[in-house]
Design a protein around this ligand. Structure first.
Ligand SMILES: [Zn+2]
Ligand SMILES: [Zn+2]
Ligand SMILES: [Zn+2]
Length: 379
């Protein structure tokens, strides 16, 4: 589909045997498949058949929307198949993303707890968790902000890899899989390697906010379901939606937009508190109900440790109060989320880890500031 008879081919990998994404020539008894002749102008773009140059005028097929079967003496009306121009809106990167604590194992909340305990044993200067403060202050975190714990991890890597791109065009009536549709990976100039993936790995300190799942479940389901079941159901649904459905905001999900909005507000409050731009990434762990802020470059004591440096927890508390303001007071009084409240720079919005949510989710989608605000002062 993406090859051209004129000009150089795109620098992508597709082997001769790879028939995965081919569209069969619709002429009777033809074993060919369709290519696109890009020509020299958009209006001249045409399909042509790999087997026969005679099969190149117009192709007709049974479009699921416009095809009219023969009825009442009327002849069947076939639809003309024409190549469709595709812009960036119809392609999306194939991405893998994760965070990993360098001291613990794996990326789970449990591993992050473990890493934090190791940091404490190793006398990490900036180590912090809720045990540091008085039981009275701890109760404010638990009751007001619905947090089981807030703790630091000294080394967290955030890793992103882009290994290709795929199309998200609607192609009903073809045998192309929805996932990995017309997927292309990057070829490598190194003769020892077949394909290239582009990977960034950044390291810094992290703060983990472990939210009370009983409160989260109560907010999203009024106590009708257990947290684990809600999280599992939303992850299954989320992985089934296509990009357009997510961007349209009609997913019906509740837990994921809640956690994501809480994450954006915390992220923004932390940036305001530290006075630093461009140093932070954030992730949500949906199964475990946690939010992680991670430094993306070495900012020494000037970064996240500013928030927990103070032993009474008052700076952290101020950050949480600011988080609450961002969630509940939007100057435009928007319904879910907007530029005036929880939206962030698109490039900074990579909220999920790939073991939970596969593939690409449009930036600043799946945000609900009202649900997130309900988590605060629930008790
Ligand atoms: Zn043909
Ligand atoms: Zn708003
Ligand atoms: Zn986001």
């Amino acid at each position: 589909m993406q090859e051209s008879i004129d000009g150089p081919g795109p620098s992508v990998v597709i082997s001769k045997e790879d028939t995965r994404d081919r569209i069969a020539c619709p002429e009777n008894n033809c074993s060919g498949h369709l290519h696109v002749n890009l020509g020299d102008r958009l209006a001249g773009v045409r399909f042509f058949c790999s087997e026969s140059r005679n099969h190149n005028d117009q192709f007709y097929g049974q479009c699921p929307t416009c095809h009219k079967p023969a009825a009442d003496g009327e002849e069947e009306v076939l639809s003309e198949m024409r190549p469709k121009t595709i812009d960036a809106k119809h392609t999306q990167p194939l991405i893998l993303e994760d965070i990993v604590s360098n001291d613990g194992t794996g990326t789970s909340l449990e591993a992050l707890y473990e890493a934090s305990e190791i940091n404490q044993a190793d006398d990490d200067t900036y180590h912090w968790n809720l045990d540091t403060i008085t039981p009275g202050s701890q109760a404010i975190f638990y009751d007001t902000f619905s947090l089981n714990d807030v703790f630091t991890v000294s080394d967290v890597s955030s890793v992103s890899a882009v290994y290709g791109y795929e199309s998200n065009v609607d192609s009903r009536g073809t045998d192309l899989e929805t996932h990995g549709r017309l997927a292309r990976s990057f070829s490598s100039s190194d003769s020892d390697r077949e394909r290239t993936a582009y990977l960034t790995r950044r390291e810094g300190r992290g703060i983990v906010f472990d939210l009370r799942t009983d409160v989260l479940a109560d907010v999203v389901s009024n106590g009708d379901a257990e947290y684990e079941a809600i999280a599992a159901r939303e992850l299954t649904q989320l992985n089934d939606f296509d990009t357009d459905e997510i961007a349209d905001g009609e997913t019906g999900l509740r837990l994921t937009p809640l956690l994501h909005a809480y994450q954006h507000a915390l992220y923004q409050a932390a940036i305001e508190e530290t006075g630093l731009e461009d140093f932070l990434a954030a992730k949500v762990l949906i199964e475990e109900g946690a939010i992680v802020l991670v430094e993306q470059r070495d900012v020494g004591a000037g970064g996240l440790s500013q928030i927990t440096m103070n032993k009474t927890g008052s700076v952290l508390l101020r950050t949480l109060q600011r988080t609450e303001e961002i969630l509940s007071d939007c100057s435009r009084d928007c319904t879910d989320a907007c530029l005036s409240c929880v939206f962030t720079d698109d490039a900074r919005c990579h909220p999920f880890v790939s073991r939970e949510v596969e593939g690409y989710v449009p930036a600043n989608s799946l945000l609900d500031r009202h649900l997130a605000a309900e988590v605060i002062r629930r008790a």
